[in-house]
Design a protein around this ligand. Sequence first.
Ligand code: FAD
Length: 401
Amino acid sequence: MNSSIELPRDVYATEEHQMLLDSFREYIKNDVEPHREQWEEDTACSREAWLKAGELGFLGLTLDPKYGGAGLDFSYSAAIIEEMARLGPDSPGISMHSDIVIPYIEKHGSEEIKQKYLPKMATGEIIGSLGMTEPSTGSDVQAIRTTAKDMGDHYLINGSKTFITIGYTSDMTLTACQTEKGISLIIIDADLEGFTKGKPFKKLGLKTSDTCELFFDNVKVPKENLVGEEGKGFIYMMQELARERMIIALQAIGGVRGGMELTRQYTQERVAFKQPICGFQNTQFKMAEVVTQLEIHTAFVDRCTQLLVEGKLTPELASMAKYSATDMQGKMLDECLQLFGGYGFMWEYPIARLYADARVSRIYGGTNEIMKLMIARGIYSDYFKDLKAKMKARKLAQMNK
Ligand SMILES: Cc1cc2nc3c(=O)[nH]c(=O)nc-3n(C[C@H](O)[C@H](O)[C@H](O)COP(=O)(O)OP(=O)(O)OC[C@H]3O[C@@H](n4cnc5c(N)ncnc54)[C@H](O)[C@@H]3O)c2cc1C
């Protein structure tokens, strides 16, 4: 690309970032791309690809080296998340495992739990998924119904989860459950009796990673598998969601960059009315819009990535990044696909996959409507504080009647 239309980026500027990106591109070229069609048929990527990612060090980039990780900061994860989306979607679900489930356990788990799971998660021998959403509730996380009953030496788990990314492939699921003290996070191993999985869903996009339902019928889970303190699960989830939202924003930036590059090339090659279609002013204007929107959003997402690395990213800013970048992704990839004409509708053209995969980014990780609610709570924080106090007082008054 001509650097005159690209913003200089500080966030991945070091030699180490570039070396990581080079080896990651090799991994995609050799170990992901050749198998993509097969994985689409299987609705999951192979174990070998997971193990290879582990061997090359991509599964525990931010994880402490004492648990087998590389001990790097989030900007390194960000670099490969964006690159994966640029070259194609995050097909194998690496970011769910490495940048969501691993950090939950590393931050909140007991030493025993960390020793038990993290080293094998870094090698890809254990794959982890995250179970929050249930058939009856998604956006309203506090309304989850899966229960974990304290039975003394173990929890008895009953309930179900749905739409779980790499749920079918995973060896364990970090699961949000209702306990006596409130929502708690518990690791449920896939081989436990009473834990069953639904068939992977047929999806509009993200076809090379599975998404499925999980069912818990009197599953006995050792008490040690509680992550953090009982009843604190909701607080942990709210803390960790900022990173999850940044992952989706980064994927949006990568997806649009990939789509823009494909479209730039195609519009110079495809001829209509005896000229390349980039000769039409409409094509030039559309591409000018795509590149401008991409660079504006890249600047904001980069700044938020830096804040996340520094531990200063607020939930409101993460919500802004997720909602604005994914909205832009939907609009810009639609414009790109249009410039491919009929070929844009064909699955064998990567622009079709980028377009299909983009749709879910406005839905998962909290819908964009929920992102706007979070932002509004920041804007009207005094009003919401006052409202909460009034509701609490009303509840107390009712109890005292
Ligand atoms: C491919 C895929 C992968 C996923 N992976 C995971 C995973 O790994 N783990 C996991 O736990 N979940 C996962 N999810 C679930 C995802 O996070 C939920 O689908 C999402 O949070 C929305 O919940 P819902 O589907 O129940 O929609 P609902 O909550 O039923 O929402 C339906 C509509 O109502 C709107 N709405 C709801 N509440 C409000 C409100 N207060 N104000 C305004 N509008 C509102 C929503 O924005 C939406 O448009 C995944 C989903 C998909 C599709």
